[in-house]
Design a protein around this ligand. Sequence first.
Ligand SMILES: *Cc1c(COP(=O)(O)O)cnc(C)c1O
Length: 385
Amino acid sequence: MRTNFPINKFHNIKTPFYYYDSGLLRDTLNIIYKETTKYKNYCIHYAIKANSNPKILKIISQYGFGADCVSGGEIQAAIDAGFPPSKIVYAGVGKSDWEINLGLDNNIFCFNVESTAELEVINTLASQRNKVANVAFRINPNIGAHTHANITTGLAENKFGIAMDDLEKTIEISTRLKNISVIGLHFHIGSQILDMDDFKALSNRINDLQCRLKQHGIVLPNINVGGGLGINYEHPDIEPIPDFAGYFSTYAKHLRILPDQKVHFELGRSVVGQCGTLITRLLYVKNGSYKKFAIVDAGMTDLIRPALYHAYHKIENISSNEEVETYDIVGPICESSDVFAKSIEINKCHRGDIIAIRSAGAYGEVMASQYNCRELPKGYITEEL
Ligand SMILES: *Cc1c(COP(=O)(O)O)cnc(C)c1O
């Protein structure tokens, strides 16, 4: 049993809900802030898609970071929360005209462009507004991160980015577009990456590309390495804050940066993952033919990661001190994949116990759905309880 959850306050709140430990979020942000000030050319953008709860965005925006958006809705959410448009970067393979226009109208810092077709549309829309759009080319570096196949994004077979071989050709096309200014290169190789060698491989690939561009006399002022730093799902209490010092120093060591170049980071999961917990109540213990099921009132509609990626979340019965027993933890949704964990040991369960599904701050609440006509889960930060 964990005692540092405000469990007495949980009893009065309708379950399931997300609980965000705002103290841990602030500690994490302070460390990121402190680590990045060691490098004068590092710029941090928070990846809104990891968690766009307005209360979370409000806290993060107070640290002076920029925002990484992947839709018009996220651009609006970032601006509403106080992120300055001049620090917003916008990526995505399928940007609609209204989304591009929203970015142009707010003078966002940069569009991370993923195809020449998109480049031409941005040029047209910018010319209609008498504006010049800053763009960075998202390059597919053909690097396989050591992570789940569904969350690797930097392989040639993925839909993301422009092929390395097309880089010079794309820059050549853009020089003919009057309302486009190419200001950088962008990369993002995947998510939940814990092997620093993957970031080293990306750095080496970027170094090669920079050499190639230099031979054509091209130097771009911004290098954006994306996000992807993972968190410790197995031991959230041992490692509540990821190793940002090691992460930033990996790039400092391997990425060759020209004197006036800026290095941009887009951190999502590593910022918010550990501060969130899905709080759910135990409805029934059911003895199946082979197994014991702990049926809880949260389902895949509230947290889809286990069903979608077979993701592991640590689960604790924070109401019970009794001896552990083995359960499958399942939700109420009419899908066989609505399982949070199979054959795990937790303290003996009784109806009404509060179950904590840990490390759920990233890609949790944001992915919730109303399937089965369910209500969306609410999210509360510490101060609100
Ligand atoms: C999702 C995403 C991120 C954030 O990834 P994390 O693994 O959560 O750090 C950063 N950049 C882009 C372009 C993304 O799509």
